[in-house]
Every structure is written in C-alpha cells, then in structure tokens.
Design a protein around this ligand. Structure first.
Ligand code: DER
Length: 235
C-alpha cells in the first residue's frame, strides 16, 4: 500500500461518521482531499443528502465547489456537527501539529467550532511528543515587522534549540502568503516543545502572532491507517 492508499483508507473511514443533514468542516491537505472527494461521491450517489460544507481553505473551497458540495461559512453556521482533517503530527494524547499546508488559522477556527473533530492520518504522522520530529511547527504572523516577531518566537524556546524561519512561497523568491494574507514563521525544534499549553500561551501573547499550529485537546477521534489496517483512537 502506498502512503496515499493509507491516507485514502483513513479518509473513507472518517466519512462513515458523516450523516445526512450534517454541517461539516472540510479539511485541507492531501489526506482531507480524499475525504472531501468521498463526500462528493456519496452526495452524487444519493447516499448522502442535505450536507453543508464549511471549507478550511480556498483550495478546499474550490475542490468542494467542483464536487457540487453546498458550502457555507462560520457566520451562518457558528456550530458544526463534524470536521474531518489531516494532521502533520499526532501525539499520544491526540494533540496535533497542523499547518504545514498553510491553512492552520481557518482550520483551527472551523475545527474549534465542531462538536466532533475526526483526524485522519497515515501511521507516519504518529509521534511520542510534538515538535521532536524536527519538522516545522507553523505560526501565522502579520507581515508587519515579521522578523521582529520571528526573533521573539525563537527566543521563547532557546532551551529547545528553536530556529524560526519565514516560509517562502514555491520557488522561494517571496514569502508564502496564507489565505488571510499573512506570513508563516515555521519553528524548528531540536528538543521537545515540552508543556504544550504553556508554549501555546507564550506564543499567542506576542502581539504580531495570529495563531499557531498546535491543536491541543481539539481532536475527538484519530483514525490511523497503517500496513496492518486501521486503528481508531477516541479521546
Ligand atoms: O496543513 C494542514 O493542517 C494539513 O491538514 C496537514 O496538516 C496535513 O496534510 P497532509 O494530509 O497533506 O499530510
């Protein structure tokens, strides 16, 4: 099975939680892509109806529109039944790192408004502790004096050997712009992040920071697809 096969397996399993009439948070990324496709397929087959989707990015909005999934937004639907989305890392407490696809702000807003948040991953995303993999923990920041903010972020985590880097757009010439016209500063840790809640509070206290990619106590279910099959972990 390829990694994409595993992503598809997890995604299709998650869509089994979808019932007609639900208002759904539609995730972003290569795993959520399969879930959105599956929802569109079931709508077309008449196996699902009266679904309303709230997309977590412009690219998911476009994918959902192309599938004929009726869309709305959080202003109209401040409480959602269920969100399905991928993650970059999942720890043993079902805390997540998300945002390597750049959509963390809208994802956190949508998924924070859901009664249930089902995370879909292939087994490569499972970690003991967040941040230790040496992969990015994204922070969305305003463009104004981004370097000032990046330096303050880096200085919050000197003990964990943190390095802050501005995310470049594809091609590297200019900064990546989020759907909200902000920048992303990626934090790379050598050691573990440690107390996630404390780290979250310190990051969010910095004026200039919009949101970060740690999703703490948000997932209600994680569906993990591995070579030996599917595992479902509930909070
Ligand atoms: O950017 C995001 O938050 C995505 O959901 C990401 O975390 C997972 O993307 P993937 O399914 O392509 O690995």
């Amino acid at each position: 099975l390829t990694q994409d096969d595993l992503k598809k397996l997890a995604a299709y399993k998650a869509v089994e939680y979808v019932e007609s009439g639900m208002v759904l948070g539609l995730g972003t990324g290569s795993t959520a892509y399969h879930a959105v496709n599956r929802i569109g397929e079931l709508l077309k087959q008449g196996k699902l109806h009266n679904i309303i989707g709230i997309p977590t990015s412009k690219r998911t909005e476009e994918q959902a529109l192309s599938l004929g999934i009726p869309l709305s937004d959080l202003d109209t639907h401040p409480v959602l039944d269920l969100a399905i989305d991928g993650a970059d890392e999942v720890d043993t407490h079902l805390n997540l790192v998300k945002g390597r696809g750049g959509s963390l702000l809208r994802e956190k807003m949508v998924e924070g408004a859901c009664r249930k948040f089902v995370v879909i991953v292939d087994e490569s995303k499972m970690v003991e502790t967040l941040g230790g993999s040496g992969l990015a923990m994204p922070v969305e920041v305003v463009p104004f004096c981004w370097n000032f903010t990046a330096t303050r972020l880096q200085n919050l985590f000197t003990k964990a050997g943190c390095v802050a880097k501005l995310r470049a757009a594809d091609g590297g010439g200019k900064p990546y712009l989020t759907d909200n016209a902000n920048y992303i500063v990626d934090l790379y840790f050598k050691g573990e992040i440690g107390d996630l809640k404390a780290a979250s509070d310190e990051i969010l206290r910095l004026a200039g920071v919009v949101e970060h990619g740690m999703f703490i106590d948000m997932a209600t279910t994680v569906i993990i697809a591995g070579e030996r099959g599917i595992t479902v972990k509930n909070k």
